[in-house]
Design a protein around this ligand. Structure first.
Ligand SMILES: [Zn+2]
Length: 218
């Protein structure tokens, strides 16, 4: 491994630990739930299994090759296959954040969601960062059948919501994936606050205008 690649990896390890702690301290993840990955030139980094995002040791973050085999660090999260499925079909994804954040997880348990778009177009910021959010039907934790479903949806969507579980969000880099996850969590909170209230959503012309102005591709 040359020095340039090594220093990039060290920087990404430090950044994962720093931003994960911030998510933990702000209550966006609890206990040992949630996992975060960053794509490298020849593989990816992923938070280890049973690790608390508030207390990651950068040197122990798992390093995987492109196929998901452990090369260094602690054993990876058992949800590694969620990340790999998304990277496989989204070459533009540089990082993936999966949280059990409260409001998004609450929405994932609601009856009557539109499975093609679980959160209505309430704000332009949600449209710009997430677009449409499809619902992945419930699978038990670790069920590898999830991989195929995510692969099929992530071709067209940067984020999906796992039913009775939580969101999986990709971004061009770690900051982008985290900002999109936070936008999703805040919009989920707004959506829950508005339950059973008459609501103005953005209409199709307003969404088309955003897609054109910001070159959105969902
Ligand atoms: Zn999970």
């Amino acid at each position: 491994m040359n020095a340039h690649i090594q220093s990039e990896e060290t920087r990404e390890r430090d950044k994962i630990a720093r931003l994960s702690r911030s998510l933990y301290e702000r209550g966006l993840t609890a206990g040992s739930s949630g996992n975060i990955s960053v794509r490298l030139a020849d593989g990816w980094l992923l938070t280890p299994t049973n690790s608390c995002l508030g207390e990651l040791d950068p040197a122990r973050i798992s390093r995987l090759d492109r196929e998901g085999n452990l090369q260094a660090g602690d054993p990876p999260s058992k949800e590694a296959f969620l990340h790999r499925s998304m990277y496989d079909v989204r070459p533009q994804a540089g990082a993936i954040v999966h949280l059990h954040s409260t409001h998004s997880a609450a929405v994932s348990c609601l009856c009557g969601l539109d499975p093609t778009n679980c959160i209505p177009p309430l704000t332009p910021y949600f449209i710009m960062k997430i677009g449409r959010l499809p619902l992945v039907p419930y699978h038990r934790p670790g069920d590898k059948a999830l991989a195929e479903v995510i692969r099929s949806l992530a071709v067209k969507h940067c984020a999906v919501l796992l039913a009775n579980h939580g969101p999986v969000v990709s971004g061009p880099d770690l900051e982008g994936a985290i900002y999109a996850s936070e936008e999703l969590e805040e919009t989920a909170k707004i959506f829950l606050l508005l339950q059973n209230r008459p609501t103005n959503c953005l209409n199709s012309d307003q969404i088309a205008e955003l897609k054109a102005a910001f070159k959105l591709d969902f």
